[in-house]
Write a protein that binds this ligand. Structure first.
Ligand SMILES: [Zn+2]
Length: 537
């Protein structure tokens, strides 16, 4: 082979690499074009190429240094990247203006007041002009038969112009209002979630609570409120919501778990670990994606059996943590489950907008947090375990996630103002970091992707009463944790210092965050080899 032939061969090879990279980037750079299974973590050929090119070259070859210690450490350690590096801020932080969905949609002319659906006359005057509202009407939404993959609607109600009383058992409604001229033109459309008291079940909750109290004698009964933002790393939380972070750490003295790791690249393995205490690898011995997920035995049932009201809210009915392809539950996992209303909104063409962050004229975060606050308000003196999973805002539009900071801030303020925070553990958290986009292609983004954020807010009296627990939690903010550990702590809290062993099988995976955690290897923490930070060497 002469020199010319060798050069042609090398050029050809370089061209092939460029074509391959271009093809992979074009598929995965934008989230909508990158279906699950081909993102940066699960496409291993892409991961190998990109990580070796971008990460190793920059950290090892270019600087002529020995490999960084985090790549060769025996325990799972995290490298120190500056989250506020100006070059990263440029890519990572976008629009922080509060998300407004009402500016490009029909006005919201009705609201819920207790069990009444009312017309907002002030808004009618602003949007239509006084006297221009013809009438409104509503219909009930219920989950379809069998597996809640469809919904059923009642007939439309009688029309009303001011207010209408809703029946006690109604959970979800669709509301439409019409203008006077031209007649019969729909001028407002909205969906609402309600929390019925279900008085016929009160005795059951009371007797379960009494059973827990007498048989197990737990020392405390705290509510547990979990609010998850899909795909948000700790560093991105710090960058995009600095006000929220300061409020949580300085005003509410929340615990910031700085070395929280992930149990898998997607939502399912992480939320499965959190809610069931099992790893995906473990359940894959007896479950595959075509089987009902009810077999996971999520922890809602433990709380329900102990007399807690339970809520499970997941907005994405098609590509969510527990819904993707054939994956589904056959039965509701919690007493209050808003899947029917999200299915109804999804079926209403044009109602869910801006890549899923707007539900009509309401931001998705506001819609879901309102449902949660409604439950808290309805059962303020009864224990509750709630899980609210918000995906689109943080998962697909990570740079702009700051635009829901105000909703979160208002949420915590309501919990504080009502005194609910004083009897509740609030967990604000994520499952994994960003999986695609410009930021993900940087060394910072690569490390961030393995470090989802997690913040615990306990009532101050609880930490004062149990100082050694406060101390353990504080120490644990500086060591590797996963949601298997969160799971164990939540079960410890449900039967807090009880006289008897809790009435369920407790997974042996994970260590309760109430105990001082040791330094662990990735194996000991059950972090799969494919997503470890020292994968590269
Ligand atoms: Zn996720």
């Amino acid at each position: 082979m002469n020199r010319m032939q060798r050069r042609r061969l090398v050029n050809g090879g370089v061209l092939l690499v460029i074509v391959f990279l271009g093809f992979t980037l074009s598929k995965c750079f934008w989230p909508n074009r990158c279906p699950q299974g081909t993102d940066l973590d699960t496409n291993h050929s892409f991961l190998d190429l990109k990580s070796k090119l971008s990460h190793l070259e920059r950290t090892v070859f270019n600087t002529k240094q020995t490999p960084p210690s985090f790549l060769t450490a025996k325990t799972c350690t995290f490298p120190n990247f500056d989250p506020f590096d100006p070059a990263i801020i440029k890519i990572a932080v976008g629009n922080k203006t509060t998300l407004r969905c009402d500016l490009d949609f029909m006005p919201l002319l009705t609201y819920i007041d207790g069990r009444n659906l009312k017309v907002n006359t002030t808004q009618v005057d602003i949007s239509l002009g006084t006297g221009n509202l013809s009438h409104c009407r509503y219909r009930n939404i219920t989950g379809g038969p069998f597996d809640y993959s469809s919904v059923e609607f009642s007939d439309w109600s009688k029309t009303f112009r001011e207010s209408v009383a809703l029946e006690e058992d109604i959970e979800f409604i669709e509301v439409e209002c019409f203008r006077r001229k031209p007649y019969n033109v729909s001028i407002s459309k909205s969906y609402f979630s309600l929390v019925p008291r279900r008085k016929h079940l009160e005795k059951l909750y009371n007797v379960r609570l009494k059973k827990r109290s007498i048989e197990y004698q737990p020392q405390e009964t705290l509510n547990i409120v979990m609010v998850g933002l899909d795909g948000l790393s700790r560093h991105q939380f710090l960058r995009a919501m600095p006000g929220m972070y300061t409020y949580l750490t300085k005003t509410l003295n929340s615990f910031d778990f700085t070395m929280h790791g992930q149990l898998g690249p997607a939502s399912l393995p992480n939320l499965l670990g959190l809610l069931s205490g099992s790893t995906l690898e473990e359940v894959s011995e007896w479950w595959d994606f075509a089987q009902p997920e009810d077999a996971f035995d999520l922890m809602f049932k433990h709380f329900e059996n102990a007399g807690y009201r339970t809520l499970f809210s997941e907005n994405n009915t098609k590509h969510g943590a527990f819904y993707w392809g054939n994956r589904k539950f056959l039965y509701p996992q919690a007493s209050f489950w808003d899947r029917p209303v999200h299915l109804a909104m999804r079926a209403d063409k044009g109602y869910i907008r801006r890549n899923g962050v707007c539900l009509g004229s309401r931001p998705i975060s506001e819609f879901q947090l309102h449902y949660l606050l409604d439950l808290i308000g309805t059962f303020s003196d009864k224990p509750a375990f709630t899980f609210t999973w918000i995906d689109k805002v943080s998962h697909d539009d990570t740079p702009n996630v700051g635009n829901i900071e105000e909703d979160l801030f208002k949420f915590y303020q309501t919990l504080t103002a009502t005194g609910y925070l004083n009897r509740t553990l609030v967990i604000l958290f994520s499952d994994h970091g960003q999986r695609w986009g410009k930021l993900r292609l940087t060394p910072n983004g690569y490390v961030d992707s393995r470090n989802p954020f997690m913040m615990f807010t306990f009532p101050p009296w609880f930490l004062k009463k149990y100082p050694y627990l406060a101390n353990n939690l504080r120490e644990n903010t500086r060591v590797l944790t996963t949601h298997l550990d969160t799971h164990q702590m939540l079960l410890d809290l449900l039967y807090f210092k009880s006289k008897e062993h809790p009435p369920f099988y407790k997974s042996r995976k994970g260590l309760s965050l109430f105990k001082r955690l040791p330094d662990r290897t990735c194996n000991e923490a059950h972090i799969p080899s494919t997503i470890r930070l020292h994968l590269l060497l």
